[in-house]
Design a binder for this molecule. Structure first.
Ligand SMILES: NC(=O)c1ccc[n+]([C@@H]2O[C@H](COP(=O)([O-])OP(=O)(O)OC[C@H]3O[C@@H](n4cnc5c(N)ncnc54)[C@H](O)[C@@H]3O)[C@@H](O)[C@H]2O)c1
Length: 401
């Protein structure tokens, strides 16, 4: 069996590697030649613990090779980005471009799967596209949607052990897709139709967004009321049926901060809580930036000099290097713009260099700065002493007490 993975990013590359490890002949395709070159050299272009050794092994044995164009295969997987446009409308143009690229190669009996998080109806749209361009294949290929749920940083384990939802355009497509994934997935493969599978992925991430919004809303209330939100949530969670998440400086990444818009764009009248949650989580980032600016002003009035501020963390969540849709990045940018970049030390221990921000070592920044702003709860930050001589704005619970 030969499989072609379109997109070698955070999801496509690990999936291609795991498939190759399980005896599938894999061609991984990416439009970025640098990604292709690095992959063929056995070098990971993403950070994922334990994955580089596996990549080197599958490249060496020849079971995985990367290319900039697809090759004739038995199964094709679309694992390309699905961002939103300026107006929060989903942008499925990458899925369409990847589908168009494999269209001429499709033959009877092939399996075509979309893994990209997609608005409801995308699989049907791609089915229509395929059958309008290749009418002779109508009802002769298998089409399914199978979303990915892995947690970056724990991808190898989760790709194999997580349950997956698989929705075909018909029963035989679902069967065909299940038989492909069962080659390497040990979790249960749950069958459904493609619309439900698409909505399931959006529902999972919207549910997280709504729950985080609740925690963030509590943090705003507690700030006004003079209550330690971390203590409050800890106490409330002692109730046997309460499980409140932790607040932060917003919600980022290209899943939870994006996918709910795929629902609100299509169902604006019905998706009230989902829309509100997005607004609360976005507002929390704006509020954090304002808080930092106010603290800087207060410091200047008290000390008759501008403060040095350490902005701790740029990634959208702890212990990763992923800065996409990061609320921390937004806050740092907003604060820097407000003071003409003066005396701001930007820290991100998981990134070596950045094309916009000059990065400072976290211990050095902590030592030098007057105001410390914790934006991302990276593990090394938790080993710092909570110093009384610093103004500390802890938006992510580093020093929970
Ligand atoms: N990152 C996650 O944690 C995660 C989790 C679940 C689902 N998803 C979803 O999976 C999909 C992929 O996400 P990702 O994080 O891997 O994205 P990514 O940006 O890391 O990787 C996508 C890759 O696709 C390539 N690409 C773009 N257009 C292409 C084309 N026409 N042909 C071939 N390659 C092309 C890009 O160059 C890039 O390397 C998205 O829909 C995302 O929402 C991501």
């Amino acid at each position: 069996m030969k499989a072609c993975f379109m997109g070698l990013g955070y999801i496509g590359l690990p999936t291609a590697i795991i498939a190759a490890k399980h005896g599938i002949q894999v061609v991984g395709v990416d439009i970025n030649p640098k990604v292709v070159e690095m992959t063929n050299q056995g070098k990971l272009h993403i950070i994922e613990p334990g994955m580089e050794d596996m990549l080197q092994e599958v490249v060496k044995t020849g079971s995985l090779k990367a290319a900039t164009v697809p090759e004739v295969s038995d199964a094709y997987f679309m694992v390309v980005p699905t961002p939103f446009k300026g107006n929060h409308e989903p942008d499925i143009s990458y899925v369409e471009a990847a589908t168009r690229a494999v269209l001429p190669l499709l033959k009877e009996g092939d399996l075509y799967v979309i893994e990209s998080t997609s608005p409801v109806g995308t699989t049907d749209k791609m089915k229509d596209l395929i059958f309008s361009e290749r009418p002779e294949l109508t009802d002769k290929i298998y089409i399914a949607y199978c979303p990915e749920r892995v947690l970056p940083g724990n991808v190898i384990y989760e790709l194999i052990h997580n349950d997956r939802v698989i929705g075909g355009m018909d029963d035989s497509s679902t069967d065909k897709a299940i038989s492909f994934y069962s080659q390497f997935v040990q979790g249960t493969l749950h069958r459904t139709n493609c619309k439900t599978a698409e909505m399931c992925k959006l529902t999972e991430n919207s549910s997280r967004d709504v729950q985080i919004a609740f925690a963030n809303e509590l943090s705003l209330i507690c700030d006004k009321a003079g209550i330690n939100v971390w203590e409050l949530i800890n106490l409330a969670n002692k109730h046997p049926r309460v499980n409140i998440l932790q607040p932060g400086c917003g919600v980022g990444g290209h899943c939870i901060a994006v996918d709910p818009y795929f629902i609100t764009a299509e169902f604006p009248m019905e998706s009230k809580i989902i829309g509100q949650a997005r607004e609360i989580n976005n507002y929390k980032s704006f509020w954090c930036a304002e808080k930092v600016q106010n603290e800087m002003l207060k410091f200047e009035l008290e000390h008759h000099r501008k403060p040095c501020v350490a902005m701790m963390g740029l990634a959208f969540k702890p212990n990763i290097d992923d800065l996409r849709e990061s609320p921390a990045k937004y806050i740092v940018t907003k604060v820097m713009q407000s003071c003409n970049n003066a005396n701001i030390l930007v820290v991100e221990p998981n990134v070596k260099e950045h094309n916009v921000f000059k990065l400072t070592d976290y211990k050095e920044a902590y030592e030098k700065a007057d105001i410390i702003v914790f934006l991302t709860a990276h593990e090394p930050f938790k080993n710092l002493d909570c110093r009384e001589d610093k103004v500390i704005l802890d938006f992510c619970g580093i020093f929970k007490k």
